[in-house]
Each structure stands twice: as structure tokens, then as C-alpha cells.
Design a protein around this ligand. Sequence first.
Ligand SMILES: CC(C)(COP(=O)(O)OP(=O)(O)OC[C@H]1O[C@@H](n2cnc3c(N)ncnc32)[C@H](O)[C@@H]1OP(=O)(O)O)[C@@H](O)C(=O)NCCC(=O)NCCS
Length: 180
Amino acid sequence: MSEVDLRPKPACESYSEMTEIVLPSHTNPLGTAFGGQVMAWIDICAGIAAQRHARQVVVTASMDDLHFRSPIHQGEFVVLKAQVNRSFRTSMEVGVRVEAENPLSGERRHCSSAYLTFVALDVHGARVPIPPLIPETDDEKRRYKEAEERRRYRLERKNLERDVVRRAHAPLSKESEAAQ
Ligand SMILES: CC(C)(COP(=O)(O)OP(=O)(O)OC[C@H]1O[C@@H](n2cnc3c(N)ncnc32)[C@H](O)[C@@H]1OP(=O)(O)O)[C@@H](O)C(=O)NCCC(=O)NCCS
């Protein structure tokens, strides 16, 4: 198996951009794009950025809360831009900006922003380390700093949710059974 190259890489090396067109098969009865379709495009664009950084197979570990600010209409172009914000040990945060483009005027509007975490895996499905990321521009440095805060928050939420599920599946104690 080839050695993993762990030399630090500039953030811009992971930059990925995709353009889609909203076809009738992508729309709801109002003629605007399904949220799930936009999420799938976000996942693909972010996954390409993650693989460009890691040069390993990656899987989506999570997508943070996603808000759709404006509907995207049938026939409009959907422009997605993704870049790795920060890498950790085996995981990395990718930011994606989604814009709708009017195909006649070229006017663009911001529709959504998303943060996803990808984890790099080897052929056996075991996690592998990834290269550190070098933020260069002011925006990249800001995103790099904020990514640490978001990571702390999302891992706290993950642990909280795990506790809630564990409690929901715990056998009832004698006292709580008696109280029912
Ligand atoms: C993602 C996955 C590899 C994590 O495995 P795990 O055993 O839970 O891993 P750990 O808890 O040891 O964490 C490994 C890394 O992932 C990160 N991570 C794990 N769960 C995460 C989550 N929900 N959100 C963000 N990061 C997460 C950890 O912070 C850690 O990062 P680090 O190595 O950079 O410090 C595993 O849960 C998995 O394979 N999930 C299914 C992925 C998949 O199929 N995705 C497609 C969509 S269904």
C-alpha cells in the first residue's frame, strides 16, 4: 500500500466548483428544487474538495444544520463552491457556498452555506491521518479559526445525542416501572 503523504497543503488546493441546472426531475410541485437534491450536490462538491486535500477515500461523517435562504427555480443554474476549512487528525471540515444563477441575466444570489465533516479511510475502512491545512488568505485564516469552534460544538452535540439515545433504550428501573 502506498505511503500517505502528510506534507501540509494550502487550503486553495482543495477548491472545487460545480455547476448544475435545475431540471423538472429535481423540482417539487412549486417548480423549485427539492432540498434533498441540493443537499446531494453539496455532499458531492464537498466530497471532491475533501478528497483533493486528503488524496484518500473519504466518507461524510456529518453535515451541520442547513438553512435554505431562497428557493431555486427550475431552469436556474446552481453554482457550488467548496474548500477545506481545516483538517484535524483523520477528519476535516469543508465549507460549501451555494448560489443560484439566473441563466439569462447572470445575476447570482446566495441560497445556502453548509459545513460538512469528512473522515479519510483506507481500503480496509480504517481511519487514516490527513495532511495539515495551510490557510493563506485572510478569509481562509478566519474560516480556519472558526472551524475549531464549530468542531467543538458539533462533537458536544454528537455526545449529547448519543446520551439521549442511550437513555431512551435503557431498561426501566423498578421505581420508574412502579410509577407508570
Ligand atoms: C465517520 C466514521 C468513520 C467515524 O467513525 P468513528 O468510529 O465514530 O470515529 P471516531 O469517533 O473515532 O472519530 C474519528 C474522527 O471523526 C470525527 N467525527 C466522528 N463523528 C463525527 C461527526 N458526527 N461529526 C464530525 N466529526 C466526527 C472525530 O472528531 C474524529 O476526528 P479526528 O480524527 O480528526 O480527531 C463512522 O462513523 C462511519 O463510517 N460512518 C458512516 C459514514 C458514511 O457511510 N457516510 C455516508 C453517508 S450515510
